[in-house]
Design a protein around this ligand. Sequence first.
Ligand SMILES: *[C@@H]1O[C@H](CO)[C@@H](O)[C@H](O)[C@H]1NC(C)=O
Ligand SMILES: *[C@@H]1O[C@H](CO)[C@@H](O)[C@H](O)[C@H]1NC(C)=O
Ligand SMILES: *[C@@H]1O[C@H](CO)[C@@H](O)[C@H](O)[C@H]1NC(C)=O
Length: 508
Amino acid sequence: MTRIYWLLFGLISRLNAAEILAVSPIAAASHWNVMSSVLEALVARGHKITVVSPFPRKTPHENYTHVDISKYVPFAIAQPWDKVIGVFKPPTACLKFLNENQQHTCETTYNLPEFRQVLQSKRFDVVITELLASRCDLYLASHLGIPQVTIMSSQMLTWYQDYFDSPSIPSYLTPLNSPYPKPETFFQRFWSLVDYSSISLYFKHIDSGATQMGRKYFGDDQPDAEALLRNVSIVFMNTHSSFDLHKPMATNFVEVGGIHLKPQKPLPIDIQKVIDNAEHGVIYFNLGSVTRMQDMPIHIQNAIKEGVAELPQTILWKFETDEPMDGQPKNVFTKKWFPQYDVIRHPNVKLFITHGGNSGTIEAISAGVPVLGFPLYFDQPRNLKLFEYWGSGLYVDYSNFTKEDFVHKIKRIISDQKFKENAVQLSRRFHDRPSSPQDLVVYWMEYVLRHGGAHHLKSHAVDTPWMQYFMLDFMGLAAVAILSLSYFFYSVFMFFKKSSFLLKYKNE
Ligand SMILES: *[C@@H]1O[C@H](CO)[C@@H](O)[C@H](O)[C@H]1NC(C)=O
Ligand SMILES: *[C@@H]1O[C@H](CO)[C@@H](O)[C@H](O)[C@H]1NC(C)=O
Ligand SMILES: *[C@@H]1O[C@H](CO)[C@@H](O)[C@H](O)[C@H]1NC(C)=O
């Protein structure tokens, strides 16, 4: 009797507390912030996490095991400007860079003795990885025969859309690397189609190594990477439909936009003082951690310095050093690091100048602060154009950057109350939702475990051949039928025309 009791107890506690295996794809803080927030929500619920990542947890936790790969993967931080603009700007080059990084993480993980040992010593229930730029990490769930849950830390990545039947329909949607949120003209629709198809095809091309890698480490009987991607149970997206324009979304997509946002903490004393004492308010300027500000083209740096020196506001500028920069204007305060989200929530911050990475974009929406966009690459122009679309921001282009344009736009945003009002409206609808992102993560993870992978949620379109999906077979048949009928009627008509003509001729 007690044996049965313990067996039952074991079953129930196993169902309640899941063993979760997670792998982070790239050593970039903005990606890790999203994945770690998902994992923390699950740990807080009592689930057990084993995660392969280059980032340690701040405090140890009995249900959290970290397999450290920080020694083996390159960190995407403080990259030279020329590299950022040269390597990341063309979308295909950016995808290639991410793909190589992610494949490197896969190889590193699969070869790591500590990881192999973890794989043998624990029985996992579900795997969490990030959909970024390779499918090589989907082989863990496949090897273990357990459900695969994924995270997308950005807006919808164009090259994954087809696999989930959430197409980027080019007549009214733009792919992520597009510089506008929706196509308006004939040529924009055309480019929307070209960009969408070319980047999707390019992804298949550069990631063809994923299947080989999976088979190398887990055996020749492993399925094709495409099949594994179609088998993903849930995609947690760091997006929210209060900001991006409507797009078709599969049932197994769950929007957890803002999951990385942390509760407010008091600001460091020096920063607090500067913001409190700024009589005309504060402008917060941060182009992210990936790009090194120091080697931004000198004419742009000078234009920015001269421009902000003309403004009455105080400028908080995230720079690489805590020492003053050359020719630093009196109203500029620099630091290596600012608690960004806490800073932009301070009511005296009037404007956020940002490169438009997804995390910062969501922070700006949530804080209800107007934005001046200064995009550098990939999804950033599109993210920032959305602020322009909703009337809570404007946009500058580094390729034709001028001091006059920069200053004019800052003044316009700060003096015209409409920008602030629209930002507040955006923030209010971003926060208006029935449950927190953390609760959604917990609910859907457990849902997947309760329903054997929840494969009923998936669109069956993903298993439909494209000829059938677009009904090309039917349209082909219809075209043949219409042509044949037209020919038939034409022949009949010609026949009668000829015979009536003959009849007339005979009668005469
Ligand atoms: C660790 O997980 C167990 C269930 O597996 C739970 O009972 C315990 O409270 C968790 N520990 C912490 C510190 O959350
Ligand atoms: C799909 O995932 C389930 C687990 O949820 C697994 O049992 C099944 O083998 C997977 N199918 C393929 C084709 O990988
Ligand atoms: C910079 O170029 C973009 C288009 O490439 C244009 O829309 C914008 O007006 C230009 N800005 C300035 C200041 O000339």
